[in-house]
Design a protein around this ligand. Structure first.
Ligand code: FAD
Length: 381
């Protein structure tokens, strides 16, 4: 497909990542899904390619580029394996981005090189067992003590929750202050009082590591605080605004992968003496999918381009995330329909796409929350 929205350089990146995804990621996608196993092979390969530092500080190994190339990578990875795309988006957007943006030089020097090279796995820890969308209701408490904080509470549904080395944890210093009481603290694997438990049995993105964390009097030194006391909620929200563009791209990749597989199959599969692609019903499904893929791509590129131009982009990021994620669910569903019975068994890629797509309208702000953000902007404009 001609892509007038990408520069020469971005087109070359797209082609290189497609090649990497097809060659390295796709062959093990089914196996790691079935085994619910995080692929360190994929993770380290992405680190070697320099993908985790694409938007980050060159002083620490990054390449200080824009988010549009990140969108290109997230889409191409998700086209073959949404779990791998998620590892990329979380490492670069949810861990690397806040560290790069809000960390001081000492913190950046300490944590960014490992996050960029992929030697260290990053995680963003906001959701709790009792609250997800209502993040300001967090009850994980950071009690101020001499030299730092003592952390108590728990976080759940955390991507890289059990394998993460560098964990950005959002906690409250005083629940009565709601979002104004938040602090962002960097924890490291192995700290005393920190335990984790893997969440198994997910519907989709089964090779993405998801965990629950428990903090039992974890002592966190003051030098591990990102930004100031009271700024934690702003750090959490700005990080999500940025990373939503990556999730929109991930959803776009699932939608594109579903369309590609459905197109191939529709031309091969025969019924009533002809290819099923000759039936208008199937053609209409394909057309409906293609329209949504392209609309998702335009919205996602637009949000990325606005961000890269330093313009307001939060409304467009929410639109891209809500639209593309719902498009991914639609496209994966239609792909299963086009595959018929073969789409319903584990061996088909579209069965995995169908399960993987379903997380995208839920995490990093549900579709309902995106609509709240969009409407708030419309009513304020
Ligand atoms: C696989 C996976 C990975 C994840 N990774 C991370 C991660 O790395 N870090 C992290 O911090 N979190 C992560 N999450 C958590 C995810 O972001 C939350 O699940 C999500 O934000 C929704 O929160 P909840 O599950 O508590 O649902 P709830 O907030 O309880 O929402 C339940 C339903 O109510 C709706 N709802 C809630 N409030 C409103 C409202 N005001 N108006 C209308 N409808 C509303 C929601 O849209 C939803 O449909 C992950 C989740 C999963 C499943």
């Amino acid at each position: 497909m001609p892509d007038i929205m990408l520069t020469e350089e971005e087109l070359m990146l797209k082609s290189a990542i497609r090649d990497f995804a097809e060659r390295e990621v796709a062959p093990r996608a089914m196996e790691i899904d079935q085994e619910e196993r995080f692929s360190f092979e994929n993770f380290h390969a992405m680190g070697k390619l320099g993908l985790f530092g694409m938007t980050l500080d060159p002083k620490y190994g990054g390449s200080a580029g824009g988010i549009k190339p990140v969108v290109v990578v997230a889409e191409e990875l998700a086209r073959v394996c949404a779990s791998t795309s998620n590892a990329f988006v979380v490492q670069t957007g949810l861990a690397g981005y806040p560290m790069n943006q809000f960390g001081n030089e000492k913190q950046k020097a300490r944590w960014l090189p490992g996050l960029i090279s992929g030697e260290k796995v990053g995680a963003y820890c906001l959701t709790e067992p009792g609250n997800g969308s209502d993040a300001a209701a967090a009850s994980t408490i950071a009690k101020k003590v001499s030299g730092g904080y003592v952390l108590n509470g728990s976080k759940t549904f955390i991507t890289h929750g059990t394998i993460g080395d560098v964990l950005i944890v959002f906690a409250t210093m005083d629940m009565a202050l709601k979002h104004r009481g938040f602090v962002a603290l960097v924890l490291e694997k192995g700290m005393k009082g920190l335990t984790t438990q893997k969440i198994t049995g997910k519907m989709g993105i089964r090779s993405s590591d998801t965990g629950t964390m428990f903090f039992d009097n974890v002592e966190v030194p003051e030098e591990n605080r990102l930004g100031e006391e009271g700024q934690g909620f702003r750090i959490a929200m700005q990080t999500l605004d940025n990373s939503r563009v990556g999730i929109a791209a991930q959803a776009l990749g699932i939608a594109q992968g579903s369309l590609d597989e459905a197109l191939k199959y529709a031309k091969q599969r025969r019924a009533f003496g002809q290819a099923i692609a000759d039936f208008q019903a199937i053609q209409f499904y394909l057309a409906d999918m293609a329209m949504r893929v392209e609309a998702s791509r335009l919205l996602t590129y637009q949000a990325a381009a606005l961000k890269d131009a330093g313009q307001p982009y939060v409304k467009q990021a929410s639109m891209a995330k809500a639209y593309a994620s719902e498009a991914a669910v639609f496209c994966a569903d239609r792909a299963v329909q086009i595959f018929g019975g073969y789409g319903y068994i584990r061996e088909s890629k579209v069965e995995r796409f169908y399960r993987d797509a379903r997380i995208t309208p839920i995490y990093e702000g549900t579709s309902e929350i995106q609509r709240i953000v969009i409407a708030r902007h419309l009513l304020q404009e």
